[in-house]
Ligand binder design. Structure first.
Ligand code: FES
Length: 282
């Protein structure tokens, strides 16, 4: 059993949980994920790890409360236990000295980019962190990012902070950069990663996304997480989760992610809970 060390809602509908999982924390690398179950009857849920402490033996996860399973996770309180934490899973993000790296995070992706940004900074990269949300009150970890970034850019759809609009605003931002951007890394909902990849493509900026298809085992056995990359079938859990955003078959991924939307979201909505943050994460 794995103890919940802390659990809190950090902005409306986004929850941060720290779990005691020493074996996982010891091996964790930036970009990897874990699979959790909230209880013995719960389904297996893949979630990116946003931070960890190998000495304390803890890992931290941020997730959007969007369906029945994430709602159960959101009800966990300090001192409670969950039966399953499997990981680290997936390949770590390649951390090299690329030059200038544009990191784009929205929703839970703001958190999951943090260990990647920190590792890239330690490698000597210039870090531009772009935080995207519907409104400024949905942003979090801003001070943390200011400490490790050369520049922090905000995009809010209602214009309450930074650029007004969606990630497509980056089009003008990239055009106006004096120093070329050598790489982009985008984490968040499928729609954000698709739109962000579409935005960087005309500039020929290598763009890495962390794909989030439905998963079961997370070890390459069930085939549920299959995605099409450059015309080839890959398993996101063992071949990814990082892939070239310009090679992803986004339409297929968006369709496959809707497979259990009804089963997940209908019981959640009828339970009286209303989402505030992002409607496109499953
Ligand atoms: Fe089963 Fe990837 S989750 S093969």
């Amino acid at each position: 059993m794995f103890k919940v060390l802390s659990s809190q809602m950090i902005v409306p509908n986004l929850h941060q949980i720290t779990l005691e999982a020493p074996a996982v924390a010891k091996e964790m690398r930036p970009g990897q994920f874990v699979i959790l179950r909230a209880d013995e009857d719960g389904e297996r849920t893949p979630l990116s790890v946003c931070d960890w402490d190998a000495e304390l033996g803890s890992i931290t996860i941020i997730f959007l409360n969007i369906g029945s399973t994430t709602n159960r996770l959101s009800e966990l309180r300090d001192g409670m236990y969950i039966p399953t934490v499997v990981g680290p899973l997936g390949n770590a993000t390649d951390i090299e000295n690329y030059g200038t790296v544009l990191l784009v995070g929205g929703c839970y992706g703001i958190g999951s980019l943090f260990p990647i940004a920190r590792a890239l900074k330690e490698k000597g990269n210039r870090i531009i962190m772009v935080m995207e949300a519907r409104s400024s009150y949905l942003l979090y970890w801003v001070e943390r990012y200011k400490q490790i970034s050369d520049e922090v850019v905000f995009i809010t759809r209602d214009g309450t902070l930074g650029l007004r609009g969606h990630v497509t605003c980056l089009d003008d931002y990239i055009k106006n950069q004096e120093t070329p951007i050598d790489m982009a890394i985008i984490n968040g909902c499928t729609f954000l990663m698709k739109t962000g990849s579409d935005t960087t493509k005309p500039f020929d900026i290598k763009t890495i996304v962390s794909l989030n298809p439905i998963m079961i085992d997370g070890t390459g056995m069930c085939g549920v997480c299959r995605v099409r990359i450059g015309g080839e079938t890959k398993f996101a859990c063992v071949d990814g989760p990082d892939f070239d955003g310009h090679q992803v078959d986004w339409e297929e991924l968006l369709q496959r992610r809707k497979t259990y939307m009804r089963e997940e979201v209908v019981p959640f909505r009828t339970s009286g809970c209303q989402g505030h943050s992002c409607k496109s994460q499953g």
